[in-house]
Design a protein around this ligand. Sequence first.
Ligand code: GLU
Length: 496
Amino acid sequence: MKVKTRVAPSPTGDPHLGTAYVALFGLCYARHQGGDFILRIEDTDAARSSKESEQKIMASLRWLGIDWDEGPDVGGPNGPYRQSERLEIYSKYTQQLLDAGHAFRCFCTPDRLQEMRAEQMRRGETPRYDGRCLELVPDEVRSRDAEGVASVVRMIVPTEGSCTVRDELRGDIEIDWQQIDMQVLMKADGTPTYHLAVVVDDHLMEVTHIIRGEEWINSAPKHLLLYQYFGWHIPRLIHMPLLRNPDKSKLSKRKHPTSIGFYERMGFLPEAVLNYLGMLGWSMPDGEEKFSLAEMIEHFDINRISLGAPVFDVAKLRWLNGRWLRENLDSTQFADRISQWAYNRENLEKLIPLLQDRVEVFSDVAPMIAFFVEGMPVIQKESFDFKNTDQMQVKKILLFSLWCLEGHGQWQGEALKQLLNSLAGTMGLKIRDFLAPLFVAISGKPVSTPLFDSMAILGSDMTRARLRQALEILGGFSGKQQKKLEQEFKQLGTLS
Ligand code: GLU
């Protein structure tokens, strides 16, 4: 059977390093054996998914040099490759489970479920569906349907014994069925949950090896049971250790730039980023840390995947990138790559309208545009001393702007202006006072080219990273303050 692996991102935000990391291992596994690699978009959560995020994920993976044989844009024999286009397939398989008695309709209201869970937690038990609707007879189901009561479909899960999950890296892992909930497979709105969709799709797309993050190990029993219910062959499971922040917590955007676009904007070479992701989980037989994708594919062997917690260390990535710059590019290639990156006519043409009215001689231009190409501007705490706002207010402006921008898709000057102007209004601040700290955080100076257009050119990853840097310089927030501010931000209403 032909080896097939896949990466299955949910398009709910910026392309994450973790997606590229898992994709890289899937790609190497498949290519080493002459197999195929699939990109599947898991977008059944309509409220959180966006086309924009999907486009960015695909562009970022391609920027890194990760390519797929089947996917939403390139097609393939077992499409569609976007879950939102496969809803009929999931309904059909849900019905099959219902007919075979492996799943049941559940009419419990969210209130009842919440009470049930609270009660179980009071008793020190793992919250788990208690099976009430399992007892409904077909007539009761019909009459509730006739009344139009909302329902979901849950899978039946044993209440005793344990499940053995075989992971190719870790061996057998025993998980008690008591720990596993009677998972909802189909939501009340007729869309599937991840657990149903992933099993159906991996089977229909003929995936032979599931390579994904280790956070899914605990879900594996549900998936194995579904394979068994359907009578399908179970793919092999390879759970990759999760990327970590230096403090060993899971790599998260609150602590670390996690979006691939940020590294592109910082001027890392895609070869080096990919090499670093590979190095975090795997080593070459000769121990050489610098290797290309082709070399990784050639020598790939899952036995050399390391199970230690891989810490994403930007300093190490910089070192590796330096090696790639020095050892792999002659001066012509260096010039080509740096102009491809930012020093090109297209970028200059975007900047000129922002600065033409503000300069007298060409040499005035360089200091003005420096902040578009530099990484993090060098700023001091004192740069944030303003007449009309105290430090807490300044930090709040930066934090609320950051949160607003996190959920904001339209990255054009006018849209950014509207968004932030309305935030200033809701916070009851004069626009001038509100914008002052943003100017400093983003450009490093109290005055610069027009802020919103500059942000649009810098892009969302870099803008947000600079806001985060400014907050860090100002000392950030305690956990308690952060909680309070989250509440306050929520109360500001519909901004994000
Ligand atoms: N959509 C899931 C995610 O984004 C995929 C998990 C899996 O690979 O099974 O993490």
